[in-house]
Design a protein around this ligand. Structure first.
Ligand code: MRU
Length: 331
């Protein structure tokens, strides 16, 4: 399968972390060179690096940088990175792993642990793509939201890696994903490079197109899977699940088991990030409403397990998605 062109979304040489700045895509391919935890935490908050697995990888390297520079900064850097974004469990899990490694074996162990997390996410994406492609082999017209490719998930990605591995895709529909337009800016960028036929739709159009029979399956990523199988993903995912259920087409979630959180019992317990009102009031700097319009800006929503046809992970497929099948994936 073709890979995303250089520069890579995340690159590490043991001393510096290089991130392709996703806030500038697709117009400009600029690389951020980061050497401390504060810079990495800021890049995560601004979505210069984003997507559940990749914020975990970036945060892991951020903590490794911190303890390499100053072992005394372990606890403060760990706390700073851990609170950068709340919803994707990958971030907390990754920095906890690097902290444990640093406590046990110092900076060298912290760097090795961050590299291991990165390698695990890369390997997971290949397995997710293979499992998803065999589950959805007949799908020709998938629809997706947000960005779940190499920019988001290490390796080839999660949901977008599944879509790219499908044998007979005629057209991928990408939701633009307001307010930060990960679909318009990032998924289209990746689909173009992958050479996959695609079209962009406004988020509000997707449920109607599903109802009209124009979509064979909805394939999305995940930021946190609760123990009962409820899934938090980019805001706008839940309406797609409702529409898919009403139309009787599969609604499939793809993601690594590093996004499953057995300690979160259900979707209601998942912390949902609320972001700055200016992200909604403006697009590309232009004011879209009155300057002081009150805004709600939840970055994620929760889709109940009952609406999810299958959960595709690197360890296999949970179907139906429920507490038992999710626990089985973690055994
Ligand atoms: O706010 P973002 O852009 O980090 O949101 C990303 C998503 O919602 C993705 O669907 C999810 O992280 C899965 S990435 C493989």
């Amino acid at each position: 399968m073709p890979q995303l062109a250089a520069p890579p979304p995340i690159a590490w040489d043991g001393r510096e972390l290089r991130l392709l700045d996703q806030t500038l895509l697709p117009a400009r391919e600029e690389v951020l060179v980061l050497r401390d935890a504060a810079g990495v935490a800021d890049a995560i908050r601004r979505l210069a690096v984003r997507g559940a697995p990749n914020i975990g990888v970036a945060a892991a390297y951020g903590l490794a940088l911190a303890v390499t520079d100053d072992p005394e900064s372990l606890e403060s850097s760990w706390a700073l990175l851990r609170r950068a974004r709340p919803t994707a469990v990958n971030l907390a899990r990754a920095v906890d792993r690097v902290r444990d490694a640093a406590l046990a074996g110092g900076a060298a162990a912290a760097r090795a642990e961050a590299e291991a997390i990165h390698a695990e996410e890369d390997a997971a994406s290949d397995a997710i793509a293979a499992h998803g492609a065999s589950l959805l082999a007949a799908v020709r017209r998938p629809l997706t939201i947000c960005n779940t490719g190499a920019l988001a998930a290490g390796g080839r990605g999660s949901a977008l890696a599944v879509i790219a591995a499908l044998p007979a895709v005629e057209q991928v529909l990408a939701c633009e994903t307001r307010p930060l337009l990960q679909g318009s800016r990032l998924t289209v960028y990746e689909l173009r490079r992958l050479g996959l036929p695609h079209a962009l739709v406004v988020d509000g159009a997707a449920p109607g197109l599903i109802r009209r029979g124009e979509i064979d399956a909805v394939v999305v990523g995940c930021d946190r899977v609760a123990a009962n199988g409820d899934v938090a993903n980019k805001v706008g995912t839940y309406p797609l699940a409702l529409a898919a259920a009403a139309a009787g087409i599969p609604f499939v979630v793809a993601g690594p088991t590093s996004s499953i959180d057995a300690a979160t019992p259900d979707g209601a317990a998942i912390p949902i990030e609320e972001r700055d009102a200016e992200e909604v009031r403006r697009a590309g700097g232009a004011l879209l409403t009155l300057p002081d319009t009150p805004v709600r800006n939840p970055a994620f929503d929760v889709t109940p397990a009952a609406l999810i046809t299958a959960l595709v992970t690197e360890r296999g497929v949970a179907r139906p998605v429920d507490g038992e099948s999710v626990a089985e994936l973690l055994r």
